[in-house]
Design a protein around this ligand. Structure first.
Ligand SMILES: C[C@H](O)[C@H](O)[C@@H](O)C(=O)CO
Ligand SMILES: [Mn+2]
Length: 415
């Protein structure tokens, strides 16, 4: 009897079908963010640091410096992650010999990415880049008081929507086009309303053209605060929740964009009653939006459990958002993505019917006993079976492979 056979029997005693859970997990695509691979620098050849309050700390050797290096790293990372996933690209990761301004971008500047994604069997998601640019240096873009600056960013946003739709059409898979702007004020503003009206009007103009949801859907991402915009973020949670509901957009919830005591898991069922689709940015904030690599912590487990228990897997696009430059960047992708999958697996292996029935009968004792007893069940053996079925390594073999890849890029890219 294998370890998996034994685990399957133990879960079956609670009425849980491990094979069904593994089949369901295999269908969940995670959108892996390109920006972990190069510390959110991108390939524009015109700007240096990220700006917009986004900061990757660390200088681990071996950072991808070109689109080809980034794709090589991604191919390696995807090879260590069970299942078929997606790549989330930012507009500043264009791959072209030209030097288009942000308001001149089109799909042709991303052709190598689309071709590569098709070869790899990956779907693509997209993001306009409203930071790391001279016209974003005031920490104001779509809500800037200067109409010319607003126009520039509206045009960037329009073009990015078309690019996302082109990617979705080319790959036969709807791309999420996620809109996050850094806009805000360091110190207390006198007229928040004017700034929010300007943001709303810019978004209205940017999103005016209806695009086929089979090719792309827009999401809007709020934030509590960022470095340099401590007093007021124009695109706050309330602003975007209202806007997404009124306009029929996806709402993006980033786990680092709320007060540390707020639970994104708790928000899922609440907002899902008012928006038809959600986008998640799974992250690990440490005291602030620090974007640490996702671990299998309580917050991530709670989010996964809510997605399963509230029946939201079918209308939630799961993306990642972290960037750590103090460790191997490829390992960071692999660790964070696998942890999201492990959290989903744990949720799929819970005896939901029994727990629901205990809760509905106000039997909170049984609910607590069952969830606590489940901590002792052999989730690890089920995860190992998942990795084996998808031909990806685990444990020592995973460590050895990540280590040798990292040594290779550290040597060749720092020579
Ligand atoms: C690079 C991303 O667009 C960015 O991280 C955004 O999603 C965010 O979370 C900003 O804090
Ligand atoms: Mn985010």
């Amino acid at each position: 009897m294998t370890q998996y056979d034994s685990a399957r029997d133990q879960f079956a005693q609670w009425g849980v079908d491990t094979d069904a859970a593994l089949a369901q997990l295999a269908k969940i695509a995670i959108s892996v963010h390109c920006w972990q691979g190069d510390d959110v620098r991108g390939f524009e050849r015109r700007t240096g640091s990220s700006g917009g309050g986004i900061q990757a700390t660390g200088d681990h050797p071996g950072r991808a410096r070109t689109p080809d290096e980034l794709r090589a790293d991604l191919e390696f990372a995807f090879g260590q992650i069970p299942g078929q996933h997606r790549l989330n690209l930012h507009a500043c990761y264009l791959d072209t010999d030209q030097t288009p301004e942000r308001d001149e971008l089109d799909l042709s500047h991303f052709t190598p990415w689309v071709d590569w994604a098709r070869d790899q069997g990956l779907g693509l998601d997209f993001n306009p880049t409203f930071f790391a640019h001279a016209k974003a240096d005031d920490n104001l873009t779509l809500s800037h008081p200067d109409a010319g600056i607003r126009d520039f960013w509206v045009e960037h946003g329009r073009r990015c929507r078309d690019i996302a739709a082109g990617m979705g059409a080319a790959l036969g898979s709807s791309a999420a086009n996620n809109i996050w702007v850094p806009d805000g004020y360091k110190d207390t503003p006198i007229d928040r309303m004017a700034a929010r009206r300007r943001l709303e009007q810019s978004l209205d103009r940017m999103l005016a053209d209806p695009l086929d949801p089979a090719h792309m859907r827009d999401a809007v991402e709020s934030k509590l605060f960022g470095i340099g915009v401590e007093a007021c973020t124009i695109g706050s949670h309330e602003f975007y929740m209202g806007y997404a509901i009124r306009k029929g957009l996806m709402l993006c919830l980033d786990m680092g964009h709320f007060h540390p005591t707020e639970s994104v898991a708790d928000k899922l069922s609440a907002v899902a009653l008012s928006v038809d689709e959600l986008l998640l940015h799974v992250s690990r904030p440490m005291r602030w939006d620090s974007d640490h690599v996702v671990t299998l912590n309580d917050d991530v487990l709670a989010v996964a459990q809510e997605l399963v228990s509230a029946g939201l897997l079918g209308r939630t696009r799961i993306g990642l958002d972290f960037f750590d430059a103090t460790i191997s960047r490829t390992a960071a992708w692999v660790i964070g993505t696998r942890n999201m999958q492990k959290a989903l697996l744990r949720a799929l292996l819970l005896p939901m019917d029994q727990l629901r029935s205990a809760e509905n009968g106000l039997d909170f004792t049984t609910r607590l006993i069952v969830t606590e007893e489940f901590h002792d069940l052999p989730f690890g053996a089920v995860w190992q079976e998942f990795c084996a079925r998808h031909d990806v390594p685990n444990g020592q073999a995973l460590l050895g492979g990540l280590d040798s890849y990292q040594r290779g890029v550290a040597t060749s890219r720092n020579a």
